[in-house]
Design a protein around this ligand. Structure first.
Ligand SMILES: Cc1cc2nc3c(=O)[nH]c(=O)nc-3n(C[C@H](O)[C@H](O)[C@H](O)COP(=O)(O)OP(=O)(O)OC[C@H]3O[C@@H](n4cnc5c(N)ncnc54)[C@H](O)[C@@H]3O)c2cc1C
Ligand code: FES
Length: 321
């Protein structure tokens, strides 16, 4: 059994237990959100001992050399003395410019950060909830060239942060934000490559940024956008996406609903089946999949089985704890 030392107290870490799980079990609070190594809100530093390499996945090399690690994916192999990462310098205030409904359960937030955020379209930021401690990640639908950050936020029943953003936060309020992170974005390495983008629910948010970024960077290959929802009422940006497809012959947009009639120009059925039917071979494609984690996982596997190489599959699963 290994020991975790934090603020001069020792905590026994069970076999296969993560540092985060161990500290939370001992009622020691550590900021966290996704609990799956994505959002980086649980970052800590090993003051003594070496964290396993895998717990540093996705961290900047400058953080790795300083022994930082993600507590939620760190199963220590030796005793570690740890400290909290001083995230205070990374957080900043952002003013709410707009909070409006995109459909009955999704809002669009537009924010003006106090300082310019360096990001690539498709990355995500972290936001603190009303208690100043709870942290959640939200994908950026905006482009860095736009003078606001745009987020699409779905109401989760009894959700701490999504309810706060839907019901409490208004224009002129300030939010604490940090970012950006994530690797689900466009790079112009092969501009003629066909792109397939599949977003479920607010999984459209990062894709709205990625597709416009690809066009702005002169992508010449086709861009096929599939947006899935349970019913038509769950879709949004229908007119915007149709307009984008009208303006750019390389872009096609297919709204998909599981229940009810197919929307105009769209499909009815399981989005995974629809993609399988229309893209039996994805050899040479670059695929982006975002939204519900189970759906993202299933679609990724299917795209791989249909011939897309793993190096050409980018995903943003909206993991929750
Ligand atoms: C990288 C990343 C990007 C994300 N981007 C977006 C985005 O652009 N838009 C967006 O709306 N969300 C996004 N999310 C999800 C978001 O971070 C929160 O998880 C979500 O808003 C719920 O937080 P909450 O505090 O409202 O609910 P919580 O208080 O965390 O949860 C309340 C209850 O609902 C359950 N729950 C939480 N989320 C879900 C869910 N999706 N489905 C079913 N049950 C759930 C919880 O297990 C809990 O029981 C993203 C997540 C990640 C990791
Ligand atoms: S990376 Fe650890 S909680 Fe998100």
């Amino acid at each position: 059994m290994v020991m975790i030392t934090y603020k001069d107290e020792n905590y026994a870490c069970d076999k296969d237990e993560t540092v985060l799980a161990c500290l939370l079990r001992h009622k020691v609070f550590v900021p966290n959100a996704c609990q799956s190594g994505v959002c980086q809100s649980c970052m800590m530093k090993a003051v003594q001992g070496t964290p396993p390499k895998v717990s540093q996945t996705g961290l900047k090399d400058t953080l790795v050399v300083q022994n930082h690690f993600l507590a939620c994916i760190c199963k220590p192999e030796e005793d570690l003395e740890v400290s909290l990462y001083d995230a205070s310098k990374d957080w900043m205030l952002a003013e709410v410019l707009e909070n409006s409904l995109l459909n009955e359960s999704v809002i669009r937030l537009r924010l003006k950060p106090r300082h310019k955020i360096d990001y690539v379209a498709g990355q995500f930021i972290n936001i603190k909830g009303q208690d100043g401690q709870t942290i959640r990640s939200y994908s950026l639908a905006s482009l860095p060239t736009e003078d606001y950050l745009e987020l699409h936020i779905k109401r989760v029943p009894d959700g701490l942060v999504s309810s706060y953003l839907h019901d409490v936060v208004g224009v002129g309020d300030s939010l604490s934000i940090m970012g950006a992170s994530g690797d689900c974005f466009y790079t112009n390495r092969e501009q003629g490559q066909p792109l397939l983008m599949i977003g479920v629910g607010t999984g459209l948010a990062p894709l709205h940024g990625v597709m416009r970024d690809a066009l702005a960077k002169g992508h010449t290959g086709s861009i096929s956008v599939y947006h899935g929802s349970l019913a038509t009422a769950g879709l949004y940006y229908i007119d915007e996406l149709r307009h984008l497809a009208d303006e750019h012959p390389s872009v096609s947009y297919t709204p998909c609903v599981l229940h009810g009639d197919a929307p105009e120009g769209g499909q009815q059925g399981d989005i995974q089946q629809i993609v399988k039917t229309y893209f039996p071979s994805l050899e040479g494609y670059r695929v982006y999949v975002c939204g519900d984690p189970q759906m993202v996982d299933a679609i990724k596997k299917q795209c791989f089985m249909s011939g897309a190489s793993m190096a050409n599959i980018y995903s943003d699963p909206f993991d929750f704890s």
